[in-house]
Design a protein around this ligand. Structure first.
Ligand code: CIZ
Length: 364
């Protein structure tokens, strides 16, 4: 391993001659050396060559809660930007949350921009006197979390969306759901809200493409956002699986579109998918519609079950994939020098209101 003495050691690993094997070796050594100061978190959608170094793996909320429990000064969050933000908000000021590659964003989170959200809120509140409760999926920017916190709303995850929406309907008459239209639509439909009472607010259009009359009539206003990985699954893929594997259950994430969820056998969050597959008897067969790294890992783990991706195409989360061992090593070298890089810090004001929205969710 190189000597950890000077800042010359810091240049991005991409600029060095290190081979992939050298990188893995050095991460392994640094992990031992930093064991008292560093926690590495790995989201389910990360590649195996990152997951192998994770102290804890899980979904975004589980990992953020894990970060909140520990007192180690450094947390490397192998996931995407909004996840590191949530972890920063739940940890103390003296702890530092690090995202190995700052380009690891989330296209769905980026679909709800602050100025568009304010414009939407002004239009909706001017269109109706009924109380609108804003709910956001946890997969969003910290500033959207703060917006819902400020406006009497709450955060939800894909596991508790139904409970949070039930709460919202007790608090107000209408729901504004950010940023994933599919999770909002699928959950509300399963709760008995007909599609005719849901409208789609598209921030690329004037007034979201809606009239005040439509807002008055609607019970649910869905934001036009989606996850490009989950939106890629199709009903014809389900039909093909049913033809080729008659005993196979189709299990999909609720970020998939409405038709796909309706045509599936089971739907739920990544934790739900993992639990269903784990508890299924030996010999069970599943076609899974979620990120490919998780599907492959499940297939490798449960060799007594047949597990395939619903899609024959590569359904990889490219932003998650930006976190490569090279960047993990860069982040670890910087910690070893006590000069952490890529530290994610959310402002106190945004944190205050986001925590309000998170707390509301926790109390529901
Ligand atoms: O919140 C997460 O971690 C994601 C991306 C999905 C889920 O269902 O857990």
């Amino acid at each position: 391993m190189l000597e950890l003495q000077t800042e010359e050691y810091l240049p991005l690993i991409a600029e060095t001659e290190l081979s992939d094997d050298d990188i893995i070796l050095e991460i392994t050594e640094l992990k031992k050396k930093l064991k008292d100061e560093l926690l590495i978190l790995g989201h389910h959608y990360q590649h195996d060559d990152i997951i192998r170094f994770a102290d804890v793996t899980g979904d975004s909320l589980a990992l953020a809660k894990e970060a909140a429990k520990i007192t180690k000064p450094y947390i490397i969050f192998c996931g995407v930007h909004f996840m590191a933000e949530t972890a920063d908000m739940l940890t103390s000021n003296s702890q530092q949350v690090i995202l190995p590659d700052l380009r690891a964003g989330c296209s769905m989170a980026d679909m709800a921009k602050d100025s568009d959200i304010e414009e939407c809120w002004d239009f909706l509140t001017a269109s109706t006197t009924e109380k609108i409760i804003p709910i956001t999926y946890i997969n969003c920017t910290a500033s959207l979390k703060a917006f819902v916190g400020k406006n009497s709303g709450a955060i939800c995850t894909s596991s508790n969306a139904r409970k949070v929406i039930e709460w919202a309907f007790k608090e107000g008459q209408k729901l504004l759901f950010f940023p994933d239209q599919h999770l909002g639509r699928n959950t509300c439909f399963e709760m008995g809200v007909p599609l005719s009472e849901m409208v789609l607010y598209d921030p690329r259009k004037f007034n979201g493409g809606l009239t005040s009359e439509q807002i008055k009539k609607a019970k649910v206003i869905l934001w036009y956002g989606y996850c490009s990985v989950h939106q890629g699954f199709t009903v014809s893929q389900i039909e093909n699986v049913r033809k080729d594997h008659p005993n196979m259950k189709v299990i999909v994430h609720p970020e998939c579109n409405f038709e796909v969820v309706r045509a599936s056998d089971l739907n739920g969050s990544t934790s739900y998918i993992i639990d269903e597959i784990t508890k299924a008897p030996s010999g069970s067969e599943f076609a899974v519609a979620t990120e490919i790294n998780l599907v492959n890992r499940l297939a490798q783990k449960f060799t007594d079950k047949k597990i395939i991706s619903l899609s024959p195409y590569q359904c990889l989360c490219t932003t998650m994939y930006r976190v490569r061992p090279r960047w993990l090593l860069s982040a670890m070298r910087a910690i070893a020098l006590k000069k952490p890089i890529n530290v994610i810090k959310v402002s106190p004001d945004i944190t205050k209101y986001s925590i309000l929205a998170l707390d509301r969710m926790m109390n529901i």
